[in-house]
Design a protein around this ligand. Structure first.
Ligand code: FAD
Length: 468
């Protein structure tokens, strides 16, 4: 017999969108990390009223609710670690309603980020946040994780482009935060509190986003270096030269080799590091800037500097950069993807620490990332069936977090805390910082049903990547 709360949900939402079959539940038990937790039911909502109905029912029966966009999270955020309901937002009809006169877009939560990019471009506008997962992740997930991408260097991340939100609170009430204006200082900034709250404070059901004029021209530059140190120097010299590129990415040699083995893209494979830059702005100014950047790269000993002459050649470089993740995933069955971020001046020190960690724990560790904002992606390629290897990976990951914090950085520049990093929160924020966050959570969600088991570690919880 179905639990009473499932019957209540079926009555309010309809039987066909409240799924309890084994196959359905398994389809919602994973995300882009590698944890697996089975929900008891999956509810596919398509309107704010339906989210209210789910939250009211969940509160009445004290059942956990875990929102889920497209499940691409890399930190375990949409995993139903305490069972209960997975609230699937991906079936919500996609909508992007642009008001060109205000330079804003009103979007529904299940809309893919790439659809917002495309809709803005039709009006000569740009929605700058560009996570690499833009074609497969929802704006609801981007808002909950405060996602960012290569353009974060010049334009900032998701939180910098949200001016209004509709949110269903954990108790099932509809709340409007912010509004439609660029400036708004009425009361506490609950919009910014919700952005990045990883689905533990409520369900985002609509958002008003700020757009900007699309820069008329772009120029790509790719430079390769014999050592990580010289690449690091070239990066910081560029950033302090008065030029602010839109993107400044780097990949190490292991990543370049993986891309060339996976899908040959013309990347140099003999260099220790490759730096990829995109300048944007007016045609004349970016040509001047491109000459200056190329000069800096050459003076600092670049092995090769390429300025592609056609949009197709530039697109091939950025496609190769996007290819890094799928290419390295072919090396071994499990990919532990981190996003430790350090002050930009500490990139060479961090890459040196990563090299030590690779050696010390004998793990297959490759690095790529958003060099311009200090956001590195150390990835450890391993096999989660090999318990001995995973023990070493666990220790290596812990040491990566420690290194980032010691160098004045943070546990997460993009992927969020979820289940994966909660036991390290106190090291970065201190006990008082974590306690204040927990109090906010308790005030918003008195019954503790909104995405429980995330961000805040249980007493004694530690990073566990093995099946113990
Ligand atoms: C190949 C790949 C590349 C990636 N590249 C990047 C990158 O460049 N930058 C980056 O920042 N991240 C990146 N990610 C991580 C991931 O794509 C982002 O975190 C993304 O925002 C998640 O969106 P989603 O729709 O998949 O959400 P999900 O993974 O389903 O959920 C993410 C979190 O948001 C919550 N949530 C989802 N929808 C809502 C809602 N409507 N209301 C409240 N909470 C909600 C969930 O509970 C969960 O905690 C990448 C992932 C992959 C697999």
């Amino acid at each position: 017999m179905e639990a009473q709360w499932i019957t209540a949900l079926q009555q309010r939402i309809g039987k066909e969108r409240v799924q309890t079959g084994t196959a359905d539940r398994h389809s919602y038990s994973y995300d882009g990390s590698f944890g697996e937790f089975l929900p008891e039911a999956v509810v596919q909502v398509r309107s704010t009223a339906e989210v209210v109905a789910v939250m009211e029912t969940a509160n009445a029966f004290l059942v956990p609710v875990t929102p889920r966009g497209q499940g691409t999270c890399l930190s375990g955020g949409p995993l139903p670690v305490k069972g209960g309901i997975v609230l699937d937002m991906s079936q919500w009809p996609s909508s992007v309603d642009i008001t060109p006169g205000d330079l804003t877009a009103r979007v529904s939560p299940g809309t893919l980020t790439a659809a917002i990019h495309a809709a803005a471009e039709e009006h000569g506008l740009m929605y700058p946040p560009d996570p690499s997962s833009a074609h497969v992740s929802t704006i609801g997930g981007n808002l909950a994780e405060n996602s960012g991408g290569p353009r974060g260097l010049k334009y900032g991340v998701t939180k910098d482009y949200v001016i209004g939100l509709e949110v269903v609170t954990p108790e099932g009430k509809i709340m409007q935060a912010g509004g439609s204006t660029i400036k708004n200082v009425t009361g506490f900034d609950l919009t910014k509190l919700i952005v990045g709250s990883e689905g533990v404070l409520g369900v985002i059901t609509a958002a008003t986003l700020k757009l900007i004029p699309k820069p008329p021209a772009v120029q790509t530059i790719m430079a390769s270096f014999a050592s990580m140190e010289t690449a690091g120097e070239a990066i910081s010299t560029t950033l302090t030269s008065g030029i602010l590129p839109a993107k400044m990415e780097f990949i190490d040699q292991a990543c370049a080799l993986a891309v060339e083995a996976y899908q040959p893209s013309g990347l140099p494979t003999d260099a220790a590091a490759i730096v990829m830059i995109e300048l944007d702005g007016n045609e004349e100014s970016i040509q001047v800037e491109a000459r200056q950047v190329s000069q800096i790269m050459k003076e600092l000993g670049a092995l090769e500097v390429i300025e592609p002459k056609t949009p197709e050649a530039a697109a091939a470089i950025w496609k190769a950069r996007k290819m890094v993740s799928p290419a390295i995933a072919k090396i071994k069955p499990t990919k532990v993807s981190e996003d430790a971020t350090v002050p930009r001046s500490q990139i060479p020190a961090m890459t040196a620490r990563l090299a030590d960690i690779r050696e010390k724990y004998s793990v297959s560790l490759v690095v790529f990332g958003h060099a311009g904002d200090g956001n590195l992606h150390p990835n450890i390629l391993c096999d989660k069936r090999d318990q001995e290897e995973m023990k070493r990976v666990e220790l290596a990951v812990g040491e990566i977090f420690e290194a980032a914090i010691e160098l004045g950085g943070t546990l997460s520049g993009e992927h969020g805390i979820g289940t994966m990093k909660s036991s390290f929160m106190e090291q970065e924020l201190g006990a008082v910082g974590v306690d204040m966050m927990r109090r906010i959570k308790d005030a918003w969600d008195p019954n503790g049903i909104m995405n429980p088991g995330k961000i805040f570690a249980e007493p004694g919880q530690r990073l566990v990547l093995t099946d113990e």
